[in-house]
Write a protein that binds this ligand. Sequence first.
Ligand SMILES: O=c1ccn([C@@H]2O[C@H](COP(=O)(O)O)[C@@H](O)[C@H]2O)c(=O)[nH]1
Length: 230
Amino acid sequence: MELPKIYVALDYQNASDADALIEQLPSGKVGLKVGKELFTSAGPQWVSSLVEKGFSIFLDLKFHDIPNTVAKAVTAAAKLGVDVVNVHASGGSRMMKAAADALKETDNPPLLIGVTVLTSMDESDLKELGISKSVNEQVEYLAKLAKSSGLKGVVCSAQEAKMLKAACGNDFKLMTPGIRPEGSSKDDQRRTMTPAEAVTVGVDYMVIGRPITQSPDPAQAVENILASIA
Ligand SMILES: O=c1ccn([C@@H]2O[C@H](COP(=O)(O)O)[C@@H](O)[C@H]2O)c(=O)[nH]1
């Protein structure tokens, strides 16, 4: 099944605020990304209800734990019927392999991807963590580790798309947050690209939150973004 090009990040405090936004979105044109805040508040049944309504869901819980726990967590996510689920690639190959192996045992396994370096981070953040590699080097290193551990793609910045397609192959999926339409605020993001630039460099999927959810007209914001990448 082909997944939508754009996942709208539903960074809301509760299900009713998220539902109010979802009602405004043009139907059938975007997927929905549910992250830690909303999942913790709205719960798994609400996520399943979105799946039943026909939405493609990216469950962005970025699991990072011991292999057994992460394997069980991705299995629970698969049971909700979501299309995409993720783990932190920095959890290492044993953790990622455990997750990939667990999903082989499930019906309709979601796309399993690994978070490389958060798009809110730059070189200085890596340095603070004791990582001396450049952002590009660290992203490439973790993407290759994710691939060799059986993951189907990674979360990265669109700025790394060309490099990763060359390093990991065209079939290796790239999910890219940090997308900012021309003229919009970067907020806390550090490694950004416009939707049109991201498509040009070959990303598979984009995550876009505040440029849509904080817009006075979210439906028009989505239409403008879709027009810019058509
Ligand atoms: O590296 C990452 C991984 C995940 N995210 C998530 O994507 C959205 C981005 O929202 P914006 O409002 O468009 O900045 C958000 O839910 C993050 O948790 C990311 O930004 N970077």
